[in-house]
Design a protein around this ligand. Structure first.
Ligand code: PMP
Length: 405
């Protein structure tokens, strides 16, 4: 499929010793590590190429502008957008969803309207909509999931009314790993004339995404979970919506003509990119995309599925571990409890062993409320993780069990 040892050499951070133990990095749901080609691009830009985009006629500025727009082309092809001006660079998934909630909300949401989310959303796909609902006196409705962590999609038909204006759902759960049937959700939404947004923060790096095939109206993602840098991400919107939606922020670059009496706005995508954007981030994110495309998204999905099956079997074998979520379709994210041990204690013992996992509510408190827990331990894997690392995670669990016996 691909040479895992060779791939790991591309990520210098993975070769570190932490607490006198080789690092076992299993916190990829929070952020992925960066291949050297991405950090090389960033260094090269700051050392030799830095110049503000869309601003000058001089060589460096023109070069940066060309490469920034090339990065947009890369993202556009990666998600198969129909037009590259449907891709907006933002600060990340949070930035994208706030922009959508504000801008779509300004144009289309009025008092009494309804917005449908799912019970397994990340806070980034809850709070911006809640703020909008407070502003406009609109209402949130929630599509529930069952204890296996599968959305009860059939209930969507009952939640939809003539007041429903948008549906916004997570593609892959950052806690349960569930791959949600977004195509079906989009089809149901569209059969009622309702646009659908998908949060792909946890999916775009794991499974191929084609916005035209999915026919989603909006999509949000983060560069730092896609082997790129922090502070950059993307937002996709169908042209027909983006043309109608008002700007989110005002400032340089998003304008056409400005006077104290009136301002006219720039064309897409610039209407939504106010101020000096994180252009180096965008160029480096595109490098990250090129890197994973070099490995092949379907190779990545196949290998990660192998890790999922191996990990699920091993964690079952180890005993005394309660795993949250058992969806039929999922990615290698294991959120769990070791019996009678607080997740924080587990996380701290793992850390002493060089194992990096996430502990807490994973920015998804409604999921914690669903299961009646105040936190979980989460091991989230990437294509650079190995079966040996899963074995070591199980050794860590045995160690925790021994200490709390
Ligand atoms: N949605 C999901 C599903 C996520 O996992 C995350 C990050 N944990 C976000 C949104 C927010 O992403 P960011 O913090 O990069 O904006």
């Amino acid at each position: 499929m691909f040479d895992i040892q060779k791939v790991r050499e591309d990520f210098p951070v993975l070769r570190q010793i932490i607490n006198k133990k080789p690092l076992v990095y299993l916190d990829n749901g929070a952020t992925t590590q960066k291949p050297r080609c991405v950090t090389d691009v960033i260094t090269d830009y700051y050392l030799r190429k830095n110049s503000s985009i869309h601003r000058g006629v001089h060589f460096l500025s023109s070069q940066a502008t060309v490469e920034y727009e090339k990065a947009r082309e890369t993202v556009s092809q990666f998600i198969n957008a129909k037009n590259k001006h449907e891709v907006i660079f933002t600060s990340g998934t949070t930035g994208s969803l706030n922009m959508l909630a504000f801008s779509f909300g300004e144009k289309y949401i009025k008092e009494g309207d309804e917005i449908i989310l799912s019970e397994m959303e990340h806070h980034a796909n809850i709070v911006p909509w809640q703020l909008l609902c407070e502003r406009k006196k609109a209402k949130l409705k929630v599509l529930p999931f069952n204890d296996d962590g599968e959305l009860l999609v059939d209930q969507l038909e009952y939640l939809i009314t003539e007041k429903t204006k948008i549906i916004s759902v997570i593609h892959i759960s950052n806690v349960l790993g569930t791959i949600n049937p977004i195509k079906k959700i989009i089809e149901i939404g569209h059969s009622h004339g309702i646009p659908v947004c998908i949060d792909t923060a946890q999916s775009i790096q794991h499974v191929p995404i084609d916005v035209q095939k999915l026919d989603c109206d909006f999509l949000a993602f983060s560069g730092h979970k896609l082997y790129g840098p922090t502070g950059i991400g993307g937002f996709y919107g169908k042209e027909k919506w983006l043309e109608e939606m008002p700007p989110y922020q005002g400032g340089g670059d998003m304008v056409d003509e400005v006077s104290f009496e009136k301002t006219t706005f720039n064309q897409l995508p610039f209407k939504f990119e106010a101020g000096t954007t994180n252009y180096i981030g965008a160029i480096a994110m595109a490098e990250g995309i090129n890197y994973i495309q070099g490995i092949g998204l379907s190779n990545i999905a196949d290998y990660e599925h192998e890790l999922l099956e191996y990990g699920a079997a091993k964690l079952k074998e180890v005993g005394g571990v309660k795993i949250f979520g058992n969806a039929f379709a999922r990615t290698p994210i294991f959120s769990f409890h070791i019996e009678n041990v607080h997740p924080l204690d587990t996380g701290m013992i793992f850390d002493k062993m060089g194992i990096a996992v996430r502990t807490g509510t994973h920015c998804a408190q409604p999921i914690m409320q669903h299961y009646g827990v105040d936190g979980m331990v989460r091991a989230s894997l990437s294509f650079y993780n190995t079966k040996e690392e899963i074995d070591y995670l199980c050794t860590g669990i045995e160690q925790v069990k021994r200490m709390f016996l």
